[in-house]
Design a protein around this ligand. Sequence first.
Ligand SMILES: C[S@@+](CC[C@H](N)C(=O)[O-])C[C@H]1O[C@@H](n2cnc3c(N)ncnc32)[C@H](O)[C@@H]1O
Length: 315
Amino acid sequence: MLAHKSVMVSEVLVALLSDIDATYVDCTCGNGGHSAELLKRLSTKGRVIAMDCDREAVAHNRRRFATERRFEIIHTSFAMLRAITDRFQVTGKIAGILFDLGVSTHQLRSAQRGFSFDHDGQLDMRFDQSIGESAATWLATTGYAELVRVLSDYGEERMASRIARRIIAVRENTPIQRTTQLMRIVNAAKSRAPKRKINPATLTFQAIRIHVNRELVQLKDALQQTWAALRPGGRLAVISFHSLEDRIVKRFMRAGSQNYTARRLPFELPPQQQPLWHLIGGPQRPDSTEIETNPSSRSAILRVAEKQCSLPLTS
Ligand SMILES: C[S@@+](CC[C@H](N)C(=O)[O-])C[C@H]1O[C@@H](n2cnc3c(N)ncnc32)[C@H](O)[C@@H]1O
């Protein structure tokens, strides 16, 4: 596994770690960095239940924590959170849940995973390569309107229609199967766009990755299961890396932390769960030292909420 530097480790530990004898859930184990830091601080009674939908990440962590009996990892999507806490009989008993969203350095740098135009490889982009369709298959079969929708909704790409037209024109003659091939197509479509620091294909890659992994749907599903999984006073910590994810997390936490009308709620929540959360501080960002030593952390935003129970409702 290529090294992945865990992001905002001390902030996550401050946010989550309230009881060294308790059970914690790491929903996105990745290289296992956050799990390892939690385990270092837990007693012999504490434990970490981890998940990742990437088989390589799961295999890596099984090796990394082979002698660690306080650690379990399951190959699954975090959208199965409730099923996992039920299986371990810890629903309602978890002291802290962590989501560290997005792609690990290992995934980004592995050419064969197809996440990045910096490494030429087959356009796959799936976290879990055993399900769903690869980016190449989706690009080969999807219609113009759907292409534009995905690029606009998940990439906030202003030149979505131009890029979509170009993709469709190219694929009539040549299948689009390589990361660098797609990058060149997008760069050509955006050749007249004002020059920016990031590669012009960045938003297109983000959009396709979010789409093939159903990332935003999975995140919404999983967040809705966190309250039931936590014990009263248990903490939810989410690190997101772009505004679409962060918006979902922010709205979810805010909606559950104040009085609201059902009409305004972006999620359907059982009435007995009001209010659900107490927000712990505002959004946190990595400090300048972390950004200097780990530039991939620069867009990270950490939000933390604590499970509330039996709070009187004010009208
Ligand atoms: C940024 S990495 C996590 C790094 C980790 N916190 C560490 O310190 O090493 C994100 C991980 O989340 C996983 N992931 C993404 N979507 C997921 C999902 N729906 N369910 C489970 N894991 C997911 C990815 O496969 C990746 O390994």
